[in-house]
Structure formats: structure tokens, C-alpha cells
Write a protein that binds this ligand. Structure first.
Ligand code: UD1
Length: 356
């Protein structure tokens, strides 16, 4: 079986890694096409080495741009390249502009598409990711759902026949590195006062970064916390803060450039909490038993809200109370699966192949 994965942004590189191992383990051919949506060294190439992934077979080098132009350029480039590899399956991941571009290019050229992380919804139609995930689900041939809730959502939308419950590939990725984390020295925390706890933070969603007043209030609220906060700065946040003349390094905040996947996990393991607007990190914190405060009004991962492991805060004036809430209560459920999602996905692709 020949499988072609299209990826472009950081979370997709993480989701790609267990799929790469599973396909390699099963002796299948795996082509990786990188759209170039993320292109800076520490947003892209360094992730591939961090995750022990081979370099992509092709990098389309599309880069940043307004959503229509970016997505359209990706579609045209992917459409050109698909016949060259002529795969049995095209795999797409999550909800980025690379995801929807690859899906549309592939289905229009009559290639079969499998969507990994299908069935998630924030029900916020202002989010680009919400457009991407809904359209990708409805255009794909097979939908790999990470949770029971995602399976139910796909059923409600009439997509039951194409849905396969597999669990979450992010769990596979996390379990594979967890044993490497034992006893690791978390060197990023050297800049912090001795013996203090710290909180990790990432902010990159347009709803938080693109309005000056809101970003100012959010940075002030984080800066006023009594615990040091390591703010891992995404390029969009860096650019908006510069444009608006806002200082990132204020009060409790220690700002530093975004770090790689394994380093984020290391930082989380040693932290007292997380403040984020990232979908993937909310879930990783939940899996690692780290309390998370999500600076958004909704989440695609409502499972993480159980026991107050994750709390939603869209008003910066409520941040401090949320961060300082009582310790979450233990939960026994495992809503994201058992860490074997990638093997189930590969088995399922082969099954569809055989049934053709
Ligand atoms: C994208 C995804 C988002 C995901 C995030 C992970 C979409 C719609 N959103 O958001 O779901 O959570 O990736 O990081 O696809 N930039 C750089 N260097 C880079 C990449 C981006 O400077 O290597 C800057 C550019 O100014 C760009 C901005 O960051 O305009 C935003 O990048 P973009 O790829 O459009 O979306 P993300 O915000 O990263």
C-alpha cells in the first residue's frame, strides 16, 4: 500500500510521527509532502529531527499568506504533485489550511482521503480551523475519530458509514517519548528563581493576538500572576506584539521563542500549570496530569474539562482566579484511547483497500 501524507503546521508533524512508525512497521510505502505552511527552522525542520522523522519527500514552500491565497496556492501545488506519486491513500491531519487544501486537491483528482482527528467541533464559525475541519470531514472518504464524542458528532452529521473509532494519535506520540522523559533536566527553567514552581503558556490564536486591547489585557493578566510564567512565543504573537508596541516580558512573564515538541512536554511535566489557546496542548496537559487554563470561550476537547483539569476563560480579568483554582479532582476515564490509534488507522486503510 502506498500512502501519501500532507502536513504543513507543527501539530501535524506530531500527528505524523506515529503514523510514520506504523506504516514503516507494516512495510508500507509512505510519502510525506510538506506544504511549507510553517517554514522557520524551529517551526518546521527542527520538529522533524526532534520527532526522528525523515525529511519530507517534497516541500512545496508555500509559506504564509491570507487564508484564501495560502489555501489556493497549496491546492494548486498539491494537485500538480499527486499524479507523480499516485498514492492509494492521501492522509490529512487535524484542521489547518494545509489539511483542507490537501483534501480538496485529492478528492477532485479522485484520490481517496483519510482524515485523522475527524469529528472535532468548537461550534465557533469564526475560527478558520472550524471551517477546515467540517469541510474536510464531509469531503473525506474515511474519518478516523479520536474520541467517542467525535464518533457521535460524525453520526449526527450523517457520516457514520465513513467513520472509524481509533483513538487519538497524539496519545501514541506522547507514550512513545514518555519513558525518555524520566529524570530529564529541564534546562529552560534555569532562568527561574530557585525552587519556584512555574507555569507554561502559549498564545497564538487570532482571537487572542489580533486585537490590541484584548492582547494587552491578556498579557497584563498573565504578567500579574504570582507564579513565574514561561511564555513560549509563536511568530504570530511576536509579530502582533511588535506591531502593537506591547512588551511580552512583563511582570511574571519570561518570554522565549517557541520550543520543540519534546521540550514542551518536558516543560509541562515539570510545571504547576498551563495557560494556552492551543488545542493540542490542552490535551497533552490533561494526559500528563497538569492543570490547564484555556484562554478561549470554547474547546474542541470538552473531555479535558472533566474534574476541572481544564477551565475556559475568555475574559482576562478572570484569569487569576481560574489559574489559582483548587487542585483538580482525579479522573479515571481515558477518553483519548490507549495509544494504539496509528496501528488501527493503518489496519483500517488496508481493510478498505482489500474491500475495494
Ligand atoms: C496554524 C493553524 C493552527 C495551528 C497552528 C500551530 C491554520 C488555519 N491554523 O496557525 O490550527 O494551531 O498552525 O502553530 O492553519 N509565521 C512565521 N513563521 C512560520 C509560520 C508562520 O513567521 O514558520 C507567521 C506568519 O506571519 C503567519 C503567521 O505566523 O502569517 C500565522 O501562521 P499560519 O500558518 O497562517 O497560522 P498559525 O497561526 O501558525
Amino acid at each position: 500500500m502506498k500512502v501519501l501524507s500532507v502536513v504543513g503546521a507543527r501539530p501535524e508533524f506530531v500527528q505524523l510521527s506515529p503514523i510514520q512508525w506504523a506504516l514503516r512497521g507494516a512495510g508500507d510505502e509512505h510519502i510525506v509532502v510538506h506544504t511549507g505552511q510553517h517554514y522557520e527552522e524551529n517551526m518546521s525542520a527542527a520538529f522533524f529531527s526532534d520527532l526522528n522523522l525523515p525529511d519530507p519527500d517534497t516541500n512545496l514552500g508555500i509559506g504564509s499568506g491570507p487564508p484564501g491565497a495560502q489555501t489556493g496556492s497549496m491546492m494548486a501545488a498539491i494537485e500538480d504533485i499527486l499524479p507523480e506519486y499516485d498514492p492509494d491513500w492521501v492522509l490529512v491531519y487535524g484542521d489547518t489550511n494545509s489539511t483542507i487544501a490537501a483534501t480538496l486537491a485529492a478528492v477532485k483528482s479522485h484520490y481517496r482521503v483519510g482524515h485523522i482527528e475527524a469529528g472535532l467541533r468548537s461550534f465557533n464559525r469564526r475560527m478558520p480551523e472550524e471551517h477546515n475541519r467540517i469541510l474536510t470531514d464531509h469531503a473525506s472518504d474515511v474519518l478516523f475519530a479520536p474520541t467517542g464524542r467525535a464518533v457521535e458528532q460524525l453520526r449526527v452529521e450523517g457520516l457514520e458509514n465513513r467513520t472509524v473509532a481509533v483513538g487519538d494519535v497524539m496519545v501514541d506520540a506522547l507514550l512513545s517519548i514518555r519513558e525518555d522523559l524520566e529524570g530529564v533536566d529541564v534546562s529552560f527553567t534555569n532562568s527561574l528563581p530557585d525552587g519556584s514552581g512555574y507555569i507554561v503558556s502559549t498564545i497564538h490564536r487570532a482571537e487572542n493576538t489580533d486585537d490590541r486591547e484584548h492582547l494587552d489585557a491578556l498579557l497584563k493578566a498573565i504578567g500579574q500572576l504570582s507564579v513565574p510564567v514561561l511564555l513560549l512565543v509563536h511568530p504570530r504573537l511576536r509579530q502582533r506584539a511588535e506591531e502593537f508596541g506591547l512588551v511580552l516580558d512583563q511582570g511574571a512573564i519570561r518570554a522565549q521563542p517557541a520550543v520543540l515538541y519534546t521540550d514542551v512536554i518536558r516543560l509541562l511535566v515539570g510545571s504547576a500549570g498551563l495557560i494556552t489557546d492551543s488545542g493540542g496542548l490542552q490535551k497533552q496537559a490533561y494526559l500528563l496530569g497538569v492543570p490547564c487554563t484555556t484562554v478561549r470561550s470554547e474547546t474542541e476537547w470538552p473531555e479535558t474539562l472533566e474534574g476541572q483539569w481544564n477551565v475556559l476563560v475568555d475574559d482576562p480579568s478572570r484569569l487569576e482566579n481560574a489559574v489559582l483554582r483548587e487542585s483538580p479532582s482525579p479522573v479515571t476515564s481515558a477518553p483519548f484511547g490507549d495509544g494504539d490509534a496509528s496501528n488501527r488507522i493503518v489496519d483500517s486503510l488496508r481493510q478498505w483497500e482489500d474491500d475495494r
